[in-house]
Ligand binder design. Sequence first.
Ligand code: DON
Length: 595
Amino acid sequence: MNGRITLLVALALCLCAACAESPASAEAASAAPNTATAPAPAQTPVQASARPPGIAVASAHPLATDAGIEVMQAGGNAFDAAVAVSAALSVVEPTGSGIGGGGFWLLHVAGKSSGAHDEGRDVFVDGREVAPMAATENMYLDANGKAVDIASRDGALAAGIPGEPAALVALAAKYGKLGLARDLAPAIRYAHDGFAVDPKLAHAIAENATRLSPAAAAIFVPAGKPLAAGDQLVQADLAKTLQQLAAKGSAGFYRGAVAQTLVAGVRSAHGIWSEDDLARYSVVEREPLVTYFRDYKLVTSPPPSAGGIALAETLQQLEVLGWTDTHDAAAKHLVIESLRRAYHDRAQYLGDPDFVSIPLTRLASRDYAISLARTIDRKHATPSASLDAAAKSAVEGGQTSHFSVIDADGNRVAATMSINLSFGAGFMVPGTGVMLNDEMDDFAASTTASNAYGLIGSKANAVAPRKRPLSTMTPSFVEGPNGTLVIGTPGGSRIATMVLLGILNFVDGADAQSIVSAPRYHHQYLPDVVQFEPGALSGAEQHDLTAMGDTLKPLSSTYGNLQVVLWKPQNDTLQAAADPRAVGAGRVVLMAAPH
Ligand code: DON
């Protein structure tokens, strides 16, 4: 790192005694600008002239965090770290994300930072899976038009064409400094040499043992016995596939021998991939969605994520309502009502922006937030049914993975990657070590069917060849008087709400550890219930919300896995925190020399 001596100053390793989320309980083109029309606040967001005092990574696994630190200490930047962490997660957290899936990588490419502002730019790298060419709108419906959930969640037919390998190639080539092979080295090492299974992974293996395909079971359930915490997990085939990617770039996955093996494996299990599907996959660079809350600037995920627009709508409604956190039912009621309206719009309007026309400018505008806020009654819950349609039930748990990175030049990455449900489709393509995603379940199988997260959708999110399923993954940056926050989490439909609560806590002055630890509550329009973690609502708040007409759904477990990096230029500090609900790790390495 510019020849400066590095100093390890903080290691926050969060080992979860009771990772309460039960994963198996199921619960380079460019696009149009997405800047919300809300005016920038009078007070321009604070952006430091100074650079961060070091490097920081927070991810869902200590080995993945180490991989990011390793490549940055070898002279790489935050984008090299992003490649290293993504690939490492694919090995050490195979339940959550991987090269058989996709994701979103939000980048801040720092500018010269010589003046008062970092004139850098923000880029959203969309590596979301796409539906295969042979996909059809009704492919997950039975003869009576009823959605067959298992078809979009289990096995090779549930898998979209992976985007993560292409995203890693693009990130390393266009934004990194070290090259793909160096960035992938830690992941290849972990896959080849093995690592000790952590308690969360052991739990997920036990929960999923019976739904794993033979190739997956051979790795995770050898001789019929699920790997336990502390057992060594070696993934020789995955190491070979990663090596092909390292040596040949895209061609090492999307063409040639690996592509042929992937397609043959999928088709022999009743899947519909073709070699052409793989050869035609490309990432899309999109302009991030930008919105403002008080004197904070939020740079977040545009469609095909529904998360950024949910944040823009919710935060602006709260601002219009003059919301402040009074830490009581009255404040939570306004958050819940704003979320209800934002998630209602998600169900109505959102889908892949390359396929459907989304009224994004209007939805993100201040005028629209005013019109929504006017319909909020401060004393009563609005029944979701009065907004539209009938209630659906949600399923708890799941997987996916987020990490946050910042380097000493001020480059940042917030990335959320997924294979959707725990272990994705449960299907590993023989000979590749690649666990396939079941992201096709994020499409609306019909206009009445709900997905694994209880989300409903319209035609805008119907299945179509080469279309990207709508997502809630919401990697985001927030910049303002309290510093710069890099934030995101897994959690299905609840992702946007978790990021929202994180932002509100940040604006309220919380540090990184408090942001990831804070208890959570959620509303998503349908089902018309307020879900909440144990301890998230006091007895008085539960009483008051019920009196206002809310239906409360206490959860028996916690959820989410928030990963946060926080840089405070005003006091030259850097924090990284991993969600204490899981096994992740945040690490900060400060630079010894002045900068
Ligand atoms: O893209 C999405 O919104 C989902 N596939 C994410 C799944 C997820 O976060 C599962 N985690 N609990």
